[in-house]
Design a protein around this ligand. Structure first.
Ligand SMILES: *[C@@H]1O[C@H](CO)[C@@H](O)[C@H](O)[C@H]1NC(C)=O
Ligand SMILES: *[C@@H]1O[C@H](CO)[C@@H](O)[C@H](O)[C@H]1NC(C)=O
Ligand SMILES: *[C@@H]1O[C@H](CO)[C@@H](O)[C@H](O)[C@H]1NC(C)=O
Ligand SMILES: *[C@@H]1O[C@H](CO)[C@@H](O)[C@H](O)[C@H]1NC(C)=O
Length: 397
């Protein structure tokens, strides 16, 4: 008996060593225990101003930024983008006390304070931003204050575009009522994929996922028009609910989650690969059909299945390697698949896996020859309590 206990003790010591052993394939860019803000040089690093405004809703025009209500614990970063030395970090307003939804950092410190992105004042809640080849930052503002028990649609969902050379807003396009199904739709608009080439910046398209009411919204910059597409392949699959992350059962019914584009063909069209989060399947459609504004049903293709435990959020494509990378939340991993191979479990690999540092990859981007991820332990925040003395939010590459 005693011997067995000693063996178990030794084993668990050894196992803990393995768990904390550095993974040479993950390089940390940033790590935060909690999120701080820097408003014009005024640092907000605790709930110091928490009592100033009841309820923490701060859309009152009479207040300046540094007076806005801040509940530090509620600030969970979800999306990111990279522009030279500047890294954008979004904090969707899913609780009270979030002073700024679109932010950036431009320092090399380990846990930099977030600075509100200039001219982003009109935004209510932003998930995953994207930068295009024309130096523009695109976001879809849900317009929704998504506080449990008090969801408030503050303004209409809108596509907002900034010129990164001047930091000026250059477009605000409100989605049409026909782009939305019901009051749940805005909360499902969690990413935007921009389709444009460098020599044709005016002729851009954006593809927005709707994970809540199962659809895709297409926007044409040239015609300043948008339309909604629906298809059963956008829907989550009941059979693949209840996977576990950090020991918690995830029952989120997330449908269409991510749309990733291949390189353009000779006519300038691309393959759009897409998947619901709760599904092992990948689908595709040529973007010429998305752009056409006509029914797309017969042009959608099932690409294949990734296999068990491959529920994934964001994905992105490396053109030279012709490889797709997936934020595989069900295995704390990044999956990879070379698109010229048949998509089947035997052709889908785990590029990196880490049960400590890749717990809930909330956003993923291929940048040059690196895969960048934002990790946020979201299931711990939702189902339990984050340890604020531990690192909880990361950007790795
Ligand atoms: C790092 O990647 C290499 C090559 O894929 C792999 O052999 C190695 O096991 C990885 N290391 C860790 C700690 O995952
Ligand atoms: C915001 O208002 C407070 C209180 O009136 C003031 O002390 C502070 O200087 C103002 N900040 C800015 C940036 O205007
Ligand atoms: C709900 O939110 C609105 C606006 O954000 C606020 O005015 C109202 O007081 C809130 N209601 C409750 C019950 O918290
Ligand atoms: C997921 O969990 C719910 C609630 O426990 C259960 O009703 C459902 O059958 C489960 N589905 C799967 C595929 O495990």
């Amino acid at each position: 008996m005693i011997n067995i206990n000693i063996i178990i003790l030794l084993f668990s010591l050894f196992y803990n060593e393995i768990k904390s052993f550095p993974n040479e394939n993950i390089s940390e860019v940033f790590a935060w225990k909690q999120i701080n803000y820097d408003f014009d040089g005024v640092l907000y690093y605790q709930n110091s101003d928490a009592k100033k405004i009841p309820n923490g809703v701060h859309f009152d025009q009479d207040l300046n930024d540094s007076e806005k209500f801040f509940i530090q614990y509620n600030n969970v970063p979800v999306g990111f983008e990279v522009y030279g030395k500047r890294v954008f970090v979004t904090v969707p307003r899913r609780r009270y006390g979030i002073p700024s939804t679109l932010n950036y950092v431009d320092t090399k410190s380990k846990s930099p304070a977030l600075k509100p992105y200039p001219n982003s004042q009109g935004l209510i809640s932003v998930y995953r931003p994207r930068i295009d080849v024309c130096d523009r930052l695109w976001v879809i503002d849900t317009g929704l204050l998504e506080v449990p028990g008090n969801r408030t649609q503050v303004q209409k969902p809108a596509i907002v575009v900034y010129d990164l050379k001047t930091d000026k807003q250059i477009l605000r396009y409100e989605l049409k009522d026909t782009d939305l199904v019901n009051e749940r739709t805005p909360g499902g608009l969690t990413s935007i994929t921009v389709d444009v080439t460098r020599n044709n910046c005016d002729d851009a398209y954006a593809y927005i996922n709707d994970l809540a009411t199962v659809g895709m919204v297409v926007f044409s910059l040239k015609s300043k028009n948008s339309w909604r597409l629906s298809h059963p392949s956008f829907a989550y699959d009941e059979e693949f609910l209840n996977f576990t992350v950090a020991g918690y059962t995830i029952n989120w019914k997330d449908s269409l989650f991510s749309i990733a584009l291949s390189e353009p063909d000779r006519e300038g069209h691309r393959t759009a690969y897409y998947h619901p989060l709760v599904s092992p399947l990948e689908f595709s459609v040529n973007t010429k059909y998305l752009k056409s504004g006509k029914p797309i049903d017969r042009y959608l293709k099932l690409v294949g299945t990734k296999g068990a435990n491959t529920q994934s959020g964001s994905h992105d494509y490396h053109e030279d390697l012709k490889t797709m990378y997936y934020a595989n939340v069900a295995q704390d991993a990044i999956l990879c698949w070379q698109v010229e191979n048949k998509m089947a479990p035997e052709n889908v690999g785990i590029a990196v896996q880490d049960h400590k540092r890749l717990v809930y990859i909330s956003d993923l981007k291929v940048i040059g020859d690196d895969v960048w991820v934002l990790v946020n332990k979201m299931p711990v925040f939702v189902f339990s309590v984050l340890n604020v003395n531990d690192y909880n939010f990361f950007i790795h590459k």
